[in-house]
Write a protein that binds this ligand. Structure first.
Ligand code: SAH
Length: 410
């Protein structure tokens, strides 16, 4: 334990409440000369032990806390915490270990929310994808890889640390195989324990390859359609990425799916995904893949009077800081307004925001504003959020970024 970080008087409360971040402004002084990334002990102004975490003077978040007990952060500690993340997803990890659930895809480690700040680990079939968001994690990759291999027995571990926030930690992008057998260019996974199958490009795909946080909401679209009693349904899947929501629709009685995305590569994969699931039109199902700007597309559909039984709006993050919230709100209002106009009376709108800076309350107010201008009526059927492999630590409200509404629109 080479360094001790002393917290300013009156600034210890969030640490005592186990928030995992210490900003530079809360630090009184640092004793010893900890190297960047090293474990430091955190004490209050009266020299009482508070916590222990890893240090990075280059970052605004100078310490990320790992424990509030006076214990060593050694190999056994990391093993214990990875094991805890494993145990927190009992159904998914048990079937992964048995190997009887087809080709699973789930998040194994959700960073701060699994009490492992800066570390993301996603599972795609028998490969793990590791994302190191901070220097403290980046430095410990060899240890983490060893422990993950020991716990998960994967075929291989691939690194996808090419995310912008690493810049704030003084890190550059880093990607490639870390361990084991080279992953194929596309890994086939099966969502919702069997269907649909999807191709995941862990090298070039968004995030670590797939938007795993939406898996339960994608399945919900399937449920909505499988229990529908009236007529063939059309689904407009806006910001479709590789078409996940649409696949669930087509496999559950949806007749026609329109996927809209700005990414050509994502739409290509979406088409391949449909073929992979045998959705080639034999049962009357059909799909379109439209490369377009969703803002323009939705506006055009609304003016053309197009109607869909279900519309999904799953845009990328519009606000990455509090300063961008106002502009983001205008964006959300615009797409929701035009989408609401295009839902057939009695149909559904599933609308999402993954901007952490836009709270659930604010998002609902924005959608309310869009509704008021749309001339429609709507009911909240369900509040939606990230899937259960993306738990949120109660001490870390920042961890809750994905929010959504299932609306019935009249
Ligand atoms: N619904 C998807 C995830 C969507 S992520 C799923 O279930 O997997 C957001 C998507 O929006 C990305 O695929 C990105 O390519 C696309 N996108 C970003 N800006 C866009 C725009 N202006 N118009 C259309 N698509 C856009």
């Amino acid at each position: 334990m080479s360094g001790t970080v002393f917290i300013k008087s009156g600034r210890a409360k969030p640490i005592l409440q186990q928030h995992p971040w210490i900003f530079s402004g809360a630090i009184e002084r640092v004793e010893g000369s900890p190297a960047p990334g090293e474990i430091v002990t955190v004490k209050d102004s009266g020299s009482n032990f508070l916590a222990r975490g890893y240090w990075n003077p280059r970052s605004q978040i100078q310490v990320r806390l790992l424990t509030w007990a006076d214990e060593a952060i050694d190999e056994a500690w990391w093993r214990r915490m990875l094991r805890r993340a494993f145990d927190a997803r009992p159904i998914r990890t048990a079937s992964y270990m048995r190997g009887d659930a087809g080709k699973p895809a789930f998040r194994l480690v959700n960073a701060e929310n699994d009490f492992l700040p800066g570390l993301i680990v996603d599972v795609y079939d028998r490969w793990l994808v590791l994302q190191a968001l901070t220097l403290g994690i980046d430095q410990r990759k060899p240890l983490l890889v060893k422990l993950l291999a020991e716990i998960m027995h994967p075929m291989g571990i691939y690194e996808r640390s090419d995310i912008d926030v690493r810049g704030k930690e003084g890190l550059t992008a880093s990607s490639g195989m870390l361990w084991g057998v080279e992953a194929p260019p596309r890994i086939t996974i099966a969502e919702s324990y069997g269907k649909p199958q999807m191709l995941v490009d862990i090298r070039q795909g968004h995030k670590t390859g797939l938007y795993l946080d939406q898996s339960e909401n994608r399945a919900l679209v399937g449920e909505l359609l499988s229990t529908r009693i009236s007529g063939p349904a059309r689904l407009l899947n806006v910001f479709s990425y590789t078409g996940g929501f649409g696949l669930h629709a087509l496999l559950n009685g949806g007749a026609h799916v329109v996927n809209v995305d700005s990414s050509h590569e994502a739409l290509e994969l979406a088409e391949e995904n449909a073929r992979l699931n045998g959705l080639t039109g034999e049962h009357g199902e059909s799909a379109e893949y439209i490369q377009a700007d969703a803002f323009v597309y939705l506006r055009d559909m609304a003016s053309a009077g197009e109607q869909y039984e279900i519309i999904v709006l799953d845009p990328p993050k519009f606000a990455s800081s509090a300063q961008q919230v106002e502009k983001a709100a205008r964006g959300y209002k615009d797409i929701n307004l035009h989408a609401l106009k295009c839902v057939r009376s009695g149909g559904y709108l599933l609308t999402f925001s993954c901007s952490g800076a836009v709270s659930r309350d604010l998002f609902q107010k924005i959608v309310f504003g869009a509704l008021a201008d749309s001339g429609r009526q709507a009911q909240i059927v369900r509040h939606l959020g990230a899937a259960d492999d993306h738990p949120v630590a109660l001490t870390f409200p920042e961890g809750e970024y994905l929010k959504g509404l299932l609306l019935r629109v009249w």
